[in-house]
Design a protein around this ligand. Structure first.
Ligand code: HEM
Length: 377
């Protein structure tokens, strides 16, 4: 079967916004989603491990982090809506068929996310600063359960997005999971698209590094009542975690690029000028590691911690740009994405921009309040 037959061709509605606008906000929204998402994807697991087997400072961090978790999930989930809007807008011909082929797994995200989200509330509400025994065994199980559920959700997202851009795999998935031609929605991309595994692992490695950046940012700005000794521990631990994260990213990334990228994508990404982007994407996770090494050597400071966090955010943005270029190359084989006609709908476009700006102001105000509250304790 020609995979092109499975690409949705029923709708030819023009884009309601210019192509550059769609791409810009898709990448920006994804970067904003990535930062908090990484903290529950890998960070929660790290926090649970530190709670189970760490010393005093490790347990202090674990408690602080768990208490922040409900807010971080709220931020990340809401930021996730932004790229979802633009994905549905400009890539619907690919996103919908792919997620229909794996419909039960895709819808399971909602069913898993709800208990995972409740779980972090239940776990966090069981934590008290003055309780050396820590949360009860029941609550600890809930915490572990949430950590595992977030990792599973991450896996399902990687499946969905990998299948969206792997149109060549669709016929096989459809053939194995259909009744009288109707897709049953029971095909999981991981069994058909080899890039799912390294991509999931790569995301996990990068998430460890983001967690490291968060540890120092939190210690610098929100942990005023913790001791200087705690801050020194935070710097050292964050450095170790970032080393592991960067090495993990490098290993999984090499598998992803050299083992699973389709030939034409690899040729383009290794040719001028895209090779610059490829090189920067591969090397950039080393920068936060170097900065964290300097932070541990020269002493902990707010400026140093903020630079580490800003650099990690830059690493995530570069990653999001590369990912978008690769997604466009893979899908570009089947349709001219940038050539889609646009009929600009000004009123929703302006409304989106105004709400986006207002949302950003509200978030900045909320963060400022948290810093103020931390300062006054
Ligand atoms: C219900 C709230 C969520 C929404 C609306 C959402 C939205 C999105 C969107 C739209 C993308 C793809 C962006 C793009 O291709 O431009 C994405 C990617 C991703 N999301 Fe979320 N997300 C949500 C929750 C989560 C949760 C709870 C996790 C768990 C860890 C997660 C993990 C991921 C991962 C790992 C990717 C990258 C997948 C890949 O391309 O390899 N997301 N998310």
């Amino acid at each position: 079967m020609n995979p092109q037959m499975l690409v949705d061709s029923a709708s030819t509605v023009p884009l309601p916004a210019p192509w550059w606008f769609v791409e810009f906000f898709k990448v920006l929204g994804f970067t904003l989603h990535l930062a908090p998402m990484h903290l529950w994807f890998a960070g929660l697991l790290v926090a649970m491990m530190l709670r189970a087997g760490g010393g005093l400072h490790a347990r202090t961090f674990s408690r602080r982090f768990a208490k922040q978790m409900p807010v971080l999930v709220a931020f990340g989930v809401n930021f996730g809506i932004v790229p979802l809007l633009f994905l549905q807008l400009a890539y619907y011909q690919f996103f919908y068929p792919a997620t229909i082929l794996m419909a039960w797994f895709w819808i399971a995200i909602v069913a898993i996310l709800i208990p995972a989200y409740y779980g972090v509330y239940l776990y966090a509400f069981g934590l008290r600063d003055d309780d050396p025994a820590g949360p009860s065994a029941f609550r600890r199980w809930i915490g572990w359960g949430s950590a595992v559920m977030f990792i599973v959700i991450g896996f399902l997202f990687v499946n969905g997005l990998s299948l969206t851009s792997s149109v060549d795999a669709w016929p096989a998935v459809w053939k194995d999971h259909q009744v009288a031609g109707a897709a049953t929605g029971t095909g999981l991309a991981a069994f058909y698209v080899p890039m799912v595994w390294p991509r999931w692992l790569m995301m996990f490695g990068l998430a460890l590094e983001t967690t490291a950046a968060w540890i120092v940012l939190d210690a610098a700005w929100f942990a005023r009542r913790e001791t200087d000794d705690y801050r020194r521990w935070a710097g050292r631990f964050a450095f170790g975690l970032a080393v592991v994260g960067a090495a993990w990213f490098a290993a999984a990334g090499s598998w992803y690029v050299f083992g699973t990228w389709p030939g034409p994508v690899r040729e383009t990404m290794f040719a001028w000028p895209a090779m610059i982007l490829t090189a920067i994407t591969a090397l950039s996770p080393g920068l936060p590691v170097v900065l964290l090494a300097m932070l541990t050597q020269r002493g902990f400071s707010r400026t140093a911690a903020t630079i580490v966090a800003a650099t990690q955010f830059g690493v995530l943005a570069i990653n999001a740009v590369s990912r978008q270029v690769v997604q466009n190359l893979e899908i570009g084989k089947f349709t001219d994405l940038a050539g889609q006609t646009a009929d600009i709908q000004w009123s929703p476009l302006i409304l989106f921009l105004v709400i986006f700006a207002l949302g950003a102001v509200v978030i900045l105000w909320m963060v400022a309040q948290v810093v103020k509250a931390a300062r006054s304790t």
